[in-house]
Design a protein around this ligand. Sequence first.
Ligand SMILES: [Ca+2]
Length: 464
Amino acid sequence: MRIAVLALGAAAGALLAWLLLRTASGRRRVAMLALVLVVALGAGLGALLSLTFGPEGGSGSTFATPVPDAGGRVAAARVAAATPTRAAAATTPGLPTPPAAGATPAPAKPPAAQPTGTPATPSPAASPAPLRFTVAVAASGLEVPWGLVFAPDGRAFVSERPGRIRVLAGGQLQPAPWAVLPVAHVGEGGLLGLALHPQFPAEPYLYAYYTYRAPDGRLLNRVVRLRAEGSRGGAAQTLLDDIPGAAIHDGGGLAFGPDGKLYVGTGDAAQRSVAPRPDSVAGKVLRINADGSVPADNPFVGSPVYSLGHRNVQGFAWDAQGRLYATEHGPSGEDGRCCRDEVNLIVPGGNYGWPTHAGIARDPRFRDPVVESGMDTWAPSGAAFWRGSLFVAALRGVHLRRLAFGPDGQTVVANEALLLDRYGRLRAVAAGPDGALWVGTSNRDGRGRPAPDDDRLLRLVPGS
Ligand SMILES: [Ca+2]
């Protein structure tokens, strides 16, 4: 384009010079000729400079350039940051990954935390080693496995949403349930998250989050703990009750943090105005002690509320530095909004924007997610760190998402979809004591197409 303009300018200049030479005479002719030459030289130099340093190309570009992601959304991301995201995601040979994987750069956070290396060579520290794994089916015939935790003795406890807690021992799914809870299996509600006391079995408690129907007909959620008695669970003790429930948005994330506190993810129970209110436990991350009491160092004195402004929190994972990441479902029609599923880095007292915003909003009143799905829908549920990456199970997205972050815990250096459409809807994720990553399908939850042996627990075993 610029070359064509340059040529046109040169031709016009030559024509003008020829006309002047024909019409003028003497010193006047020489002066005008000199003027034409100066103008032509200036224009040519300007065009050349533009070709070398313009935003469409050139070297060392750090221009804020809109980078469209795979969903067609345009996110303002610095070129130097978006490119290593792709490069890092592409260096995972051996993974059973569809060709499109790695082509979904996350909307990077703005400048301060960006790597400044050249695009082709991302810092080795920011990019975990390539992963190789094979997939084996460890259990089948389950019904909507939701929570999955491992005891130090190698047993796995699995919650089935209709209300059963099952046990895998010695690789075998025990036919009789370990416990049955009086849940209301309605819509997205039922028996949801599980957590094991960090000192189990010395402290012999398994924790569960479930939906039930109150005598007045309302749906509510509660957190209970069951004492392990022999090979069965004993009576349930309620630790946290009256968490608003509904047929949708019941949350259900449950996990002990490295601080020994129990974290609880709740949903807005389809009443989004309560999510930012500190006086409601709906639409929150809650934090309680193992006995159900409120920790003295919670951000709101006397309240289990730990962070606010969430829509539907189902998964928690802590990285090696003890940072808490939580998965959250984005809108599916509220106010005409869609998608924008989130992975948030949770800080005490933080407001994560719902219902004012979904996804990255760059509004200083709220905290943005570290990753969002844009106009894709992942419906992210369970989460776990494994071999340096955060793995998030996607229900509607029918994949296992792998995310890796830079040293700041926020800069996304890998973002790819694994197992896409291989096993259907995925929900539970846990790193097992056997070194494998365990993933549960959720194809019998009323929204999937179950295979004859669904639902399954899969083991992702390192190596090819
Ligand atoms: Ca948010």
